[in-house]
Design a protein around this ligand. Structure first.
Ligand code: M6P
Ligand code: ZN
Length: 189
């Protein structure tokens, strides 16, 4: 019989022997941010987010599903909110669900045509990420943002495309709230 894990439905966090844990520190994320001067001044060992994953079938299994969550700390680099790396799926047509448990955030979505949009995240919000769409989450609040994720076991993570080309817009704080801006500073949402 396959192993199973437990989720706390208040916090969204997982427990059990089969849960994998990983974390991302600022040092590994610095180049994602627009304000490099501000990024270089911040500590490399600052943990920006942690991920729990439950992967009951081997990575790459067609038809399988993975479950996990991300805890993204509050903070900013310059005026840009702390965010996940973001990725397309290696198999481009694979979709994903995100669902928010705690905190406030923004799910930034970019289609292959380079059009970027965002959806606000708050406790209870459920977000469908279609295939062919890069996805990244920003913490726009002052407490940790926790969201669960469910994605196909054969989706894979393509980080290279995002590292090379970036998203076409960034979620930044203006007048105390989140605004999506293009690289020339134009507000688009
Ligand atoms: C969610 C899922 C994971 C992903 C994680 C962090 O939990 O989408 O597959 O790894 O967020 O996002 P990223 O991999 O872009 O850093
Ligand atoms: Zn994904």
């Amino acid at each position: 019989m396959a192993s199973y894990v437990s989720m706390n439905w208040q916090s969204g966090l997982l427990s059990g022997n089969a849960v994998q844990h990983s974390s991302k520190a600022l040092g590994a994320l610095r180049t994602l941010f627009h304000d490099q001067e501000a990024a270089q001044k911040m500590p490399a060992d600052l943990i920006v987010y942690t991920v729990q994953a439950y992967t009951p079938v081997p990575d790459g299994t067609e038809g399988g599903l993975f479950w996990g969550n991300t805890t993204l700390q509050p903070g900013k680099v310059g005026d840009e909110y702390f965010m996940t790396k973001g990725h397309f799926h290696d198999i481009r047509n694979r979709g994903e669900y995100y669902a928010t448990f705690h905190g406030e955030g923004g799910l930034v979505l970019m289609g292959q045509n380079g059009v970027t949009r965002w959806e606000p995240m708050a406790p209870g919000s459920v977000h469908y990420i279609p295939g062919y769409t890069a996805h990244r989450v920003c913490n726009t609040g002052s407490i940790p943002l926790v969201f669960a994720a469910c994605w196909p076991a054969d989706a894979g993570h393509d980080y290279e495309t995002v590292e090379r080309e970036g998203f076409t817009a960034r979620l930044v704080e203006r007048n105390g709230g989140p605004v999506l801006v293009t690289s020339n500073g134009e507000e688009i949402g």
